[in-house]
Design a protein around this ligand. Structure first.
Ligand SMILES: [Zn+2]
Length: 415
């Protein structure tokens, strides 16, 4: 049995195992022990405590002295689109030069640009590029990630994306959840025939996805000009018949009705939430649905940030995720996301860390295996560089303070 002992940890953070996502004041509580040890056996957390309680008889195959360093749970990124064929920095520059979204779309940009390139890419190419992205994310501290389809938009290409995600799931040490987002946008040939595309999703895509077990969740981009609340409900209910739980893109650009639809369907999460009203916030607070905020997307698109303070104070269960995608959030760096959440949305460091770890795990139904430091959970954690305090992490934004990451008992950067 491989036993790893980490000693003299300046602060061991995130000691909890809640039975429900944290909300309201709970979010600011991040239990920790100063001068601690952490014991890992067979890739799982076997025990922890203050150094003075460390049993002298413990025989570890490896020992590490973590003096001056913090340990916190590895990040849980519950919303990404990290399988894609090409980056889109040329559109980024066009936007800097003043071109509007509509002008870029008219030049063949946007989601349809990603869709065209994805349709042309092979399964192997997509797998390799996504694999590299996962490796990078794991070095930055992410141990669990949700990945969506949605750049396929044809039966063949959506299935290709989901098969790539399935292969990543099987081969990566990260815990991965797959979400079917065939309803990301309407492909050009169905622009005037919404019912036709929805029929394709329900009758051609979903049965194969269910048969090959290609997805855990079903997602819809519920937004003006995209999918209406009624269309969202129809697609989600069809997915739910195959056991896929809904996670919905809601209220990014407008009060789209996506939050209400998600709550009605008991969705695991409603995601984005740049545009919220007092009513949608109180409805969300009274529900079991997690509100997942994607501030790096708001940042990249120069939109108002999510009303995190108001949502937390109203009692919403909130999570934070990167939305990693080539169009509106070309970064999967959770450390930057934490800093941005504190700086721009006035979340406390403890709130941001809880939202990006334990609540992110709940938003992927992975709360039993990761998201916090608890006996029996996977040994998934971040070892920081020497830092003065927890608040230093978001304060020193843009720094990489991650020294090493353990995922399922293995150090990512060797030790
Ligand atoms: Zn998204």
């Amino acid at each position: 049995m491989a036993t790893i002992l980490v000693k003299n940890i300046k602060k061991l953070v995130g000691l909890a195992n809640p039975s429900a996502p944290l909300r309201g004041k709970e979010l600011s509580r991040l239990p920790a022990i100063d001068n601690a040890y952490l014991l890992i056996e067979d890739a799982e957390i076997a025990g922890y405590g203050p150094m003075e309680e460390l049993h002298a008889g413990i025989k570890a195959s490896t020992e590490l002295d973590a003096s001056g360093r913090f340990i916190l749970p590895a990040w849980c990124d519950s919303h990404t689109h990290l399988v894609f064929a090409a980056s889109r920095e040329e559109e980024f520059v066009d936007k800097l030069k003043g071109l509007s979204y509509a002008e870029i779309a008219a030049r063949g940009g946007g989601i349809l640009n990603s869709a065209r390139k994805l349709q042309a890419a092979s399964e192997d190419e997509l797998f390799l590029s996504a694999w590299k992205r996962l490796e990078e994310l794991s070095r930055w501290g992410t141990a669990a990630v949700e990945i969506k389809s949605g750049y396929g938009l044809t039966v063949e290409a959506e299935l290709k994306m989901l098969r790539v995600i399935k292969k990543l799931k099987e081969r990566s040490s990260l815990s991965i959840k797959a979400t079917f987002l065939g309803a990301h946008t309407f492909p050009p040939e169905y622009k005037e025939d919404h019912e036709g595309y929805i029929r394709l999703i329900i009758h051609e895509m979903l049965p194969v996805i269910a048969k090959e077990k290609l997805a855990d969740y079903v997602d819809v981009f519920c937004e003006k000009g995209f999918f209406s609340p009624e269309e969202t409900e129809t697609i989600c209910r069809a997915g739910m018949q195959y056991g896929l739980k809904p996670k919905i893109h809601a209220n990014q650009l407008n009060l789209s009705g996506g939050v209400e639809t998600g709550i009605k369907l008991n969705a695991v999460s409603v995601d984005h939430l740049e545009t919220m009203s007092d009513d949608t916030i109180s409805m969300l607070a009274a529900s079991n649905t997690i509100g997942t905020m994607l501030p790096t997307a708001a940042f990249f698109l120069r939109m108002p940030f999510q009303p995190a303070r108001q949502m937390i104070d109203a009692g919403c269960a909130v999570a934070l995720a990167t939305d990693f995608n080539p169009g509106s959030s070309p970064s999967g760096n959770m450390n930057l996301l934490i800093a941005m959440s504190c700086i721009q949305m006035k979340m406390l460091p403890e709130e941001a860390i809880n939202a990006a770890t334990v609540n992110g795990a709940f938003a992927m139904d992975l709360q039993h295996e990761t998201g916090s430091i608890a006996a029996g959970k996977k040994a998934n954690f971040i070892l920081t560089q020497p830092i003065p305090s927890l608040a230093y992490i978001p304060y020193a934004f843009g720094n990489n303070l991650v020294e090493n990451v353990m995922i399922k008992g293995e150090w990512i950067s060797g030790k």
